[in-house]
Design a protein around this ligand. Structure first.
Ligand code: KIV
Ligand code: ZN
Length: 412
C-alpha cells in the first residue's frame, strides 16, 4: 500500500450506534453494512459483542454475509470480551479484534480504579489472547490524548511486542486542537521504537466541532487509518464524519495528498439510508450530505451558479451521489432562477410572463418560505389562466400577492 493510502475504519455500527436515538435492529445493521461495503470502507466495525446477545448476533450476521471489508468487533481488555468478539467475527474471511483500555490517569484512577501497571498487564494479555483468534489485532488507548505521554509510549511499545498490528490513539472527549493532534502523532511515532511495524490510527470525537480537522491533522502527523462514521454520528457530539474526511482529501488533494478507496458517489445514498433506518435526519446545512449542501437560494448565488457553477460549488453534487444541484426558490431568488426552474419543469416563460411569475413566486416565498415545483407550476397556470385573451393585461395583475411583499427578492 502506498504511503499516502489511508484506510477508512467505519464505526457507524459501533460508536455511532451507541449514541442515543441511533440503535438499530440486526436486519437494519446488515442493510447498512452492505451499503458500507459497497461504499468501499476498508474496515467495518460491526459492534461490541459483549454488550448484549443482540449485538453479538448482529456482528456475527455481518461477518457471515458481508464481504469486502475487514470485519472488526470491539472488546475490552479481558478474556470474556475477547472470546465473545472472536466468536462473533469468526465467519468473516478477514477479521479484526479491536481491544481497548483507557490509559489516562483520570480514567485509570477515577473510572477503572487500577494502577498503570495493571493497565499495562491487561493490555498485553488482551492483545496476546486476541492474536490466538486472528493475526489482525487493533489496540486502542482510550483517552490517549489526555494520557501521560511517557506511559502511553511504553504501553504502546509493549502491545506492539505482544502482537498488535494497528494502534489507535483516540481523542475520546474531543478535547484536542489540530496542531496538538499533529504533534501528538508525530511525537508518538518518533518515540515508540517499533512504530514502523504498525498502522497508526486516529479516532476523534466532535465535542468542540474539531473531529474532522483533527483527523486530517493526525494524517499529517503520520496516522494512516481514520476512524469515522456516516453523518458523523457517535457518542455525544459524534465522531469524525466519514463523508467530510473523504471529500476533504478528494477536493483538497493539493494540501491533503491522501487516497482512500471510497466510492464517493455512494456517500449521499449511505447517509440517506442511515437517516431512513434511524429516523434521525442530518442538519440541513451539514457539509456534503445536508439538504442545503448544494442548494442555492440567494439571487446573487443563483445567478453565479447559472453562469458558472464553480462560482459557488467546490465539488459536483453528483460526485457524492446527490442527484443534481438544487436551485431552491425562496424570497431571495432572482428572475434567472425562476426562469431556469420553470424550464426545468417544462415551462418556457416569455419576458412579460417572467415578470409576473417572478413577483408571484417572491410573494409566495415570503408567506411559505420555499416554493416547490408544484407551487411554481400552480402559479404559472394561474397566471396563464388570468392572462387569457379576455382577461386584463398581465402586467397590471397582482397575482396572489400582498403588494408590500412583492419585489422582496434581490431581482438578479
Ligand atoms: O472514543 C473512544 O475512545 C472509543 C474507543 C473505544 C476506541 O470509542
Ligand atoms: Zn469513540
Amino acid at each position: 500500500m502506498s504511503s499516502t493510502r489511508v484506510t477508512i475504519f467505519d464505526t457507524t455500527l459501533r460508536d455511532g450506534e451507541q449514541a442515543p436515538g441511533f440503535s438499530m435492529h440486526t436486519d437494519e445493521k446488515l442493510q447498512l453494512a452492505r451499503k458500507l461495503a459497497s461504499l468501499g470502507v476498508d474496515i467495518l466495525e460491526a459492534g461490541f459483542p459483549i454488550a448484549s446477545d443482540a449485538d453479538a448476533e448482529a456482528v456475527r450476521m455481518i461477518a457471515t454475509h458481508v464481504r469486502g471489508p475487514v470485519i472488526a468487533a470491539l472488546a475490552r481488555c479481558n478474556s470474556a470480551d475477547i472470546e465473545r468478539a472472536a466468536w462473533a467475527i469468526a465467519p468473516a474471511p478477514r477479521r479484526r479484534i479491536h481491544t481497548f483500555i483507557a490509559t489516562s490517569d483520570l480514567h485509570l484512577e477515577r473510572k477503572l480504579r487500577i494502577t498503570r501497571q495493571e493497565c499495562m498487564d491487561a493490555a498485553i494479555a488482551a492483545v496476546r489472547l486476541a492474536r490466538r483468534y486472528t493475526d489482525d489485532v487493533q489496540f486502542s488507548a482510550e483517552d490517549a490524548t489526555r494520557s501521560d505521554p511517557e506511559f502511553l509510549w511504553r504501553i504502546v511499545e509493549a502491545v506492539i511486542h505482544a502482537g498488535a498490528t494497528t494502534i489507535n490513539l483516540p481523542d475520546t472527549v474531543g478535547y484536542s486542537t489540530p496542531d496538538e493532534i499533529k504533534n501528538f502523532f508525530s511525537r508518538v511515532i518518533q518515540r515508540v521504537p517499533s512504530s514502523d511495524q504498525v498502522v497508526w490510527s486516529t479516532h476523534c470525537h466532535d465535542d468542540l466541532g474539531l473531529a474532522v480537522a483533527n483527523s486530517l491533522a493526525a494524517l499529517e502527523g503520520g496516522a494512516r487509518q481514520v476512524e469515522c462514521t456516516i453523518n458523523g454520528i457517535g457518542e455525544r457530539a459524534g465522531n469524525a464524519s466519514l463523508e467530510e474526511v473523504v471529500m476533504a482529501t478528494r477536493v483538497r488533494s493539493d494540501r491533503l495528498p491522501y487516497e482512500t478507496a471510497i466510492d464517493t458517489k455512494g456517500l449521499y445514498p449511505a447517509s440517506q439510508l442511515l437517516t431512513a433506518v434511524t429516523g434521525e435526519g442530518v442538519q440541513a446545512n451539514k457539509a456534503i450530505v445536508g439538504r442545503n449542501a448544494f442548494a442555492h437560494e440567494a439571487g446573487i448565488h443563483q445567478d453565479g451558479m447559472l453562469k458558472d457553477r464553480r462560482t459557488y460549488e467546490i465539488m459536483h453534487p453528483q460526485d457524492v451521489g446527490v442527484p443534481k444541484a438544487t436551485l431552491v426558490l425562496g424570497k431571495h431568488s432572482g428572475r434567472h432562477a425562476v426562469q431556469r426552474r420553470s424550464e426545468q419543469i417544462g415551462v418556457t416563460l416569455d419576458r412579460a410572463e417572467l415578470d409576473v411569475v417572478y413577483k408571484a413566486v417572491i410573494a409566495h416565498a415570503v408567506r411559505e418560505k420555499i416554493v416547490t415545483d408544484a407551487d411554481l407550476s400552480a402559479i404559472v397556470q394561474r397566471i396563464r389562466r388570468i392572462a387569457a385573451p379576455d382577461a386584463p393585461a398581465l402586467h397590471i395583475l397582482d397575482i396572489d400577492a400582498n403588494p408590500a411583499e412583492v419585489g422582496y427578492g434581490h431581482g438578479v
